[in-house]
Design a protein around this ligand. Sequence first.
Ligand code: AMP
Length: 178
Amino acid sequence: MAEFAVDTIRALIRDIPDFPEPGIVFKDITPLLGDAEGLVATVDAMAAPWTELGVEAVVGIEARGFILGAPPARALGAGFVPMRKAGKLPAATASATYGLEYGVDTIEMHLDAIRPGARTLVIDDVLATGGTAAAAAALVNDVGGDLLGFGFLIELCFLNGRQKIDQHRIEAVLAVEG
Ligand code: AMP
């Protein structure tokens, strides 16, 4: 992707210290989403590594993965599948519980959300410790999808989250070193 687009994206992400807990520097992407040029650059950057790969399903992890996942799904000619916090999805689900950079959480997806063998991409905003992504990989596997890889807007490299999903392709628009 063009370097100027990465610079545009980087400049529109805001660090919020001590949110939601002391010691966490929260990557706030709302200024990026709210900027017309930034939104286009973001959608293009998230989709770019995955063109020509025949992606059939894009899974977005609640909640920022919904925003960052659905437009690339449209661009890639794929369907969009929400992966949600526990208790939100109405039909039969598969679920996985995992540790976060802050706390513990459970994510779920509909058992019939992905056609067996469908070429699947998982999208989220931030790769931190990798617990969420590893749980997402397990869920895609549980429901029979063929996981092509992960697309993140931001990788917090110092947390080594990619170690938890290193059998898969990982693409991040921005790498944050420390
Ligand atoms: P993890 O499971 O530790 O990789 O955490 C990833 C999930 O937590 C993503 O869905 C992010 O939205 C969120 N997250 C973790 N750390 C941060 C952070 N520093 N800033 C913003 N979101 C974060």
